[in-house]
Design a protein around this ligand. Structure first.
Ligand SMILES: Nc1ncnc2c1ncn2[C@@H]1O[C@H](COP(=O)(O)OP(=O)(O)OP(=O)(O)O)[C@@H](O)[C@H]1O
Ligand SMILES: [Mg+2]
Length: 326
């Protein structure tokens, strides 16, 4: 299951993604956690100290390796240099699985021990000003998008991405790559306006979006979010002393998280799991091809000096039953 946490800066994306990741790990589920946020804090929220966080390999710096591996023997992709962030898999491409070892994880993922078991953590690396432009060739999130477009995940295995609600994800199509998108919103006008904007983009692409209220303090806050988000409001999370203790570098055992917040995390998992029945690999593949063609026309063809539309394998549909070449 591919799950994104998006929202306004400071809304609690990293906090809620990290709690959700801890919840999944405690239940014994395999998890790949990805930090694709502008502010790279997921490692710290999962308990890494500063030196450990700083020592994590950046996906953005391993793009050539990622491209070369995923390209495999796909005859439509001449070289890693001709591969852009939206280049879709086709016959001969290598696919990624949550539960496997592969050179991409070797280079970019590090295990993080949590109560219940280890998860794999991958980070895009720090963003520079150049990364924040639209459809940037060297976009840090491009590495994440490539991985998501080559990932064949089944139920009960999870990829959780901590992400912004920014223009980069809309330009590239990244926001369409998830079974479930949790939009974290504080009960404020600004928090809700990001929800509206996201919903607008999501509408035409069949994106499943649920609002998770955060820092919700009383009936007034709850009423406000209900009124603004309607049926999209899934659950709300209040102030957490467990989170505060964690922020002080003294994380209690995870089973000591407040029961009301633990219940909210179970609701997130249930809602995410329920989307599996309506997953549509054909649509998933079609959308990645559409965004690839859009990127090809707007900048990719010119940048690579190639007709990138020819990279599309018309007969290929990504799916769990696809058998990847060795
Ligand atoms: N439910 C909560 N209880 C207590 N503290 C919280 C809660 N949610 C968020 N916080 C605190 O609020 C601050 C911002 O949260 P967080 O870093 O998760 O937001 P973010 O959306 O990831 O921000 P950014 O856009 O900077 O990445 C953090 O210090 C975090 O510990
Ligand atoms: Mg964050």
């Amino acid at each position: 299951m591919k799950i994104a946490f998006v929202g306004k800066g400071g809304s609690g994306k990293t906090t809620l993604s990290s709690l959700f990741i801890r919840h999944l790990a405690a239940a014994g589920a395999p998890v790949v956690a990805i930090d694709a946020d502008i502010n790279q804090h997921l490692g710290a929220a999962l308990g890494l100290d500063e030196a450990e966080s700083a020592g994590l390999p950046a996906m953005g710096e391993h793009l050539p390796l990622i491209k070369d591996y995923l390209r495999g023997s796909n005859p439509r992709i001449a070289s890693a240099e001709k591969m852009i962030k939206t280049t879709p898999p086709g016959e001969g491409s290598r696919l990624l699985r949550v539960r496997e070892d592969n050179p991409v994880y070797d280079a970019c993922a590090r295990p993080v021990e949590l109560d219940g078991g280890a998860v794999r953590l991958m980070v895009t690396g720090h963003f520079t000003d150049a990364d924040l432009g639209v459809a940037c060739y060297h976009s840090k999130t491009g590495a994440v998008e490539l991985c998501l477009n080559h990932l064949v995940d089944g139920p009960d295995e999870y990829v959780v991405v901590d992400m912004t609600a920014g223009s980069d994800s809309f330009a590239s199509g990244m926001f369409t790559r998830f079974d479930m998108t949790f939009l974290v919103a504080e009960p404020t006008r600004k928090g809700v306006s990001v929800y509206r904007q996201y919903k607008e983009y999501a509408r035409d692409f069949g994106v499943t979006l649920k609002v998770v209220g955060n820092k919700v303090q009383g009936p007034d806050d709850l009423d406000f979010l209900r009124e603004q988000a309607g049926d999209d409001l899934l659950v709300t999370v209040g102030h957490s002393d467990w989170v505060r203790a964690m922020e002080k570098g003294r994380p209690p055992r995870f089973d000591l998280l407040e029961e009301v917040n633990a219940r909210a995390l179970r609701a997130l998992r249930t809602a995410a799991d329920e989307t599996y029945g309506s997953r549509d690999w054909r649509r998933y593949t079609r959308q990645m091809v559409e965004f690839h063609q859009r990127n090809a026309r707007s900048w990719g063809n010119e940048r690579t000096g190639t007709d990138l539309a020819a990279q599309v394998d018309p007969g290929f549909v990504l799916g769990e039953e696809v058998v990847a070449p060795a």
